[in-house]
Write a protein that binds this ligand. Structure first.
Ligand code: MN
Length: 273
């Protein structure tokens, strides 16, 4: 059961993440889904998830995907996630993965190999992405030897490299810097926190004093504060223009409308009048 590890790591009475369901979501004739979740946990990373056989195969990419084909990004394979996780965005209040999850990209993917299971076993999965931000041909290549954390030997075969193939969607644009916001809400981490936190404090109080969760939430708030606003959010540029290095502009996600400018104060109005 591929979701056992997912279940074991989480307490579903305490996390807002989707509980695993026994029933797998069959792809049938629809396209396979993929997503990338930007996850501010112990360290910031990007979780790439590819739907396969009813679950989401998952890799944590510390530096995020790179569009430059000469750049190989470390991708640590993590536990399979339930299909429903693909829409998740919000706060993980405490425990495993505590922090904030942003749905950074989503779309469909298709294998460029005959047999995905065989490719995974071999450690060489070629595939195409059709998301808002990531497109074209990619590869996940399992490394041998000393690819593990801190240069330790990778005994369990979980160390992979994520590489962009050279095509019309490759280039030297830093896509994580260029397009830092959510494709679901249009927000940055602070926005996601701001949307969810009041409900957490409320439910926390309703459930009685739970100091460990309160402390964990406080730590998450501090972490988001330290990270500061994303470049796009800081400059007020919430809509992301197409990159100059790409021949075809990517579809841009529907963005939340910029916050309305503050209305002139009554005092000012009076003065002007
Ligand atoms: Mn993660």
């Amino acid at each position: 059961m591929p979701l056992d590890e997912y279940r074991r790591k989480r307490d579903f009475t305490r996390t807002t993440e989707p509980a695993p369901v026994e029933k797998r979501t069959p792809a049938g004739k629809r396209a396979l889904m993929f997503c990338v979740q930007k996850h501010l946990a112990t360290a910031l990373h990007y979780d790439l998830r590819l739907e396969h056989d009813g679950v989401l195969l998952s890799w944590a990419v510390p530096k995020g995907p790179a569009l430059d084909p000469t750049v190989k990004r470390l991708a640590m394979q993590t536990e399979d996630h339930p299909y429903d996780y693909g829409e998740f965005e919000g706060i993980i209040p405490d425990g495993y993965g505590a922090g904030v999850v942003m749905l950074w990209d989503r779309g469909t993917w298709s294998p460029e190999v005959e047999d995905v299971d065989a490719a995974l076993k071999k450690g060489d999965l070629k595939f195409r992405l059709d998301g808002y931000k990531l497109k074209g041909s990619w590869a996940l290549i399992r490394t041998r030897g000393y690819g593990g954390r801190g240069g330790k030997p990778d005994a369990d075969g979980r160390t992979w490299l994520l590489i962009k193939h050279r095509d019309e969607w490759s280039g030297d644009l830093d896509v994580t810097e260029f397009a830092p916001l959510s494709v679901k809400s249009g927000g940055d981490f602070a926005d996601i926190l701001g949307a969810d936190l009041p409900a957490f404090w409320h439910s926390n109080r309703a459930a009685g004093t739970d100091e460990s969760m309160a402390a964990s939430l406080q730590a998450i708030v501090e972490k988001v504060k330290r990270l500061g606003p994303s470049r796009a959010a800081a400059s007020g540029e919430r809509a992301e223009a197409p990159p100059a290095t790409q021949k075809t502009a990517p579809r841009t996600a529907k963005r939340a409308a910029p916050k309305a400018a503050a209305k002139p104060s009554r005092a000012r109005k009076t003065k002007q009048a």
